[in-house]
Design a protein around this ligand. Structure first.
Ligand SMILES: [Fe+2]
Length: 283
């Protein structure tokens, strides 16, 4: 059996999302669900509720306000944002272990993922073109395939990094050469088994190859660019180092210039510094 097939065969063994989070996701995808129903599903899980409130109370989301209950968060942010907070809170605990194979210390991937989510939305604000509602979630989950490969499947990424370095190819190309699959595809397969919406799965699948996505590429271009801003600041760099290539077409499609990139980077770093002690699973 090829390494690719072995990886794909083991993905269903990855722990499912907590029941409450899965329920929230499925309610959120049903246009008939009301905010009350969604809140009730979260409240069934007290641990999840307190993680959501901790994240909701960071300056990025709440500003100077204090949010005491989920219902308050729902009124202030709207349903979509609460669903994003639930998903973040549900996924982060599985990232609190060090990512051995990828040589990422505990907590690094969380910071990187949150930085990518913040920068994706920040770029959209600077471009004066609103980020579609799935942007935050897709950005947050873009690298979840690394958790699958590095933690659950114990893939040793050192030879992949060596190949990338020796042949001057990008890290995900080296992953494909050695494993027959890269962390973007692994993440997309996992998220499909978790029943995440197709628009999130597609962005995760193509976050390193935005030109491959058929249809509207706005969100994948934001996430692709934000990934490079985060890596450029040294966030979430493990054995894969700086071996990722930004696609010039993504920048051109977005109409980015240096000023926008600098402002997005500064805002991302400032938000992350304020937020990092509040990240669920990072205490
Ligand atoms: Fe990635």
């Amino acid at each position: 059996m090829s390494i690719r097939d072995q990886v794909l065969e083991r993905i269903p063994e990855i722990p499912a999302l907590p029941v409450a989070a899965a329920q929230v996701l499925s309610l959120a995808q049903n246009p008939e669900s009301g905010i009350g129903e969604i809140m009730a599903a979260v409240e069934h899980d007290p641990g999840l509720t307190s993680d959501v409130l901790r994240l909701a109370n960071t300056a990025y989301f709440a500003g100077p306000r204090q949010i005491a209950t989920l219902r308050e968060a729902g009124v202030l942010f709207g349903t979509q944002r609460v669903v994003e907070l639930v998903l973040a809170s549900a996924v982060f605990p599985i990232t609190k272990h060090p990512l051995e194979g990828y040589d990422l210390p505990a907590g690094q991937l969380i910071k990187h993922s949150m930085a990518v989510a913040i920068a994706s939305e920040g770029l959209a604000v600077l471009l004066k073109r609103p980020a579609p509602s799935h942007t935050f979630t897709a950005a947050l989950l873009a690298d979840i395939g690394k958790i699958v490969l590095g933690t659950f499947l114990n893939v040793d990424a050192a030879p992949i990094a060596e190949l990338a370095q020796d042949e001057q190819i990008s890290f995900e190309v080296a992953e494909r050469r050695i494993l027959g699959i890269d962390h973007a595809e692994v993440g997309a397969v996992l998220l499909k088994t978790w029943n995440l919406p197709d628009n999130v799965v597609d962005v995760v699948r193509w976050h390193h190859d935005p030109n491959q996505l058929e249809g509207d590429r706005y969100v994948v271009d934001l996430v692709h660019t934000a990934t490079h801003l985060s890596v450029g600041c040294g966030l979430g760099i493990g054995v894969d180092g700086l071996n990722y290539r930004p696609e010039p077409e993504a920048s051109a499609r977005l109409g980015l210039d240096h000023q926008i990139l600098e402002r997005a980077t500064c805002a991302m770093v400032a938000e992350l510094i304020q937020m990092q002690h509040s990240l669920p699973g990072n205490s």
